[in-house]
Design a protein around this ligand. Sequence first.
Ligand SMILES: C[S@@+](CC[C@H](N)C(=O)[O-])C[C@H]1O[C@@H](n2cnc3c(N)ncnc32)[C@H](O)[C@@H]1O
Length: 377
Amino acid sequence: MHLVSNENAIFCLYLSSPEIFANIRENQIHTSRESRRLTKGTILREAYHHLVYINGLDVSMMKDERVTKGRRRPHKSTSVWSLTMKRLPKMHTDAKVIIGDSQNMHELSNESVQLVVTSPPYFNAPFDYPDLFKSYDEFLQMMTNSAKEVRRVVSSGRIVALVVDDTLIEGKKYPVVADITKIFVEKGFKYRERITWVKPEGYIRISKRSGVILQHPYPMYYYPDNLQESILIFQKGDFNYKSVPSRIKELSTIDKREFQENKWYLSVWRITNVLPNNNRLEKGIAAFPEEIPYRLIKLFSYWGETVLDPFLGSGTTMKVANELQRNSAGYEIDMELKEIIKAKLSIDDSKFIVRRDCKRLRTQLQSRIKREVAKNG
Ligand SMILES: C[S@@+](CC[C@H](N)C(=O)[O-])C[C@H]1O[C@@H](n2cnc3c(N)ncnc32)[C@H](O)[C@@H]1O
């Protein structure tokens, strides 16, 4: 059996017997990552898995993952694919979106999700959520209630990852990262890791800060521009590594080359942010780039498990979860984001539950942001 790509970047699965032949176009694979790899000449394990999932085949005996572009047979230096082909039930990922407040996630039963990836609203950040909360205490209370619900729904031993940053409002810095860490630890999570997400230098939204020292080149006038956010990683007790069947492990294998080349091994992740571009679906949502949930989902969940985002925004986490063959659930309080989520995830109304505690936020926030921009120039 050979896995090859032709000139048009079409993934092809050939079997020595003609019983099964799958020819799957790039856009059915969904992510651009695989096609990038393909054009470089190598199809990695993951692209192959996508194919296999789509066709419901078992790859538990897969021996090698490399194929050379344009060749019908693997290159001499790579060993021949050796597979036991069995029919598997087709992997159908489920997606559920609740338009409502994630301080109450009663739709999810206890320990029903295996990973949480999220980015809570940046406390009253002037260019994202001006005056969303009446006070910092109200924000912390909301985070405390959400942390409690998250702890209830996450399986034992599993991970909660939050992308957070301190907020600067009218010269006052709020220690959001420290306070959220404290909340999660007090709710019984282990503080496992803090990864620093560094954005490219060209990205500075509030650029005037560092200019102060140019006007006053003296000590004490130093206010650096912010290029980073924290990815906080918490764990609910210990993980039982022996609980995962070997076939599921195999299906969830992390691509070592990607791990090395993109430096996932560092506690600093250099990833380009989503630019606040007018034409984007995510405009005005403070969305994170797909690369963040992509890494977290690959590093902390297994094939077929369920990923939750309690502050869904445009739906980035669920989109990536679906592409990686994970089930997903999300909570978003703002009814005005429903159509954006629908478009991003390509789902219809049947996947939504709209609760009475949802709000209408975006229009209101956008007009406040315009006022902020006018005020700050
Ligand atoms: C920073 S954004 C998330 C962006 C998301 N990661 C993405 O890529 O699009 C936070 C989201 O949480 C929502 N939100 C705020 N409070 C909430 C609550 N109590 N329950 C559910 N969603 C909430 C906001 O409306 C906002 O869309």
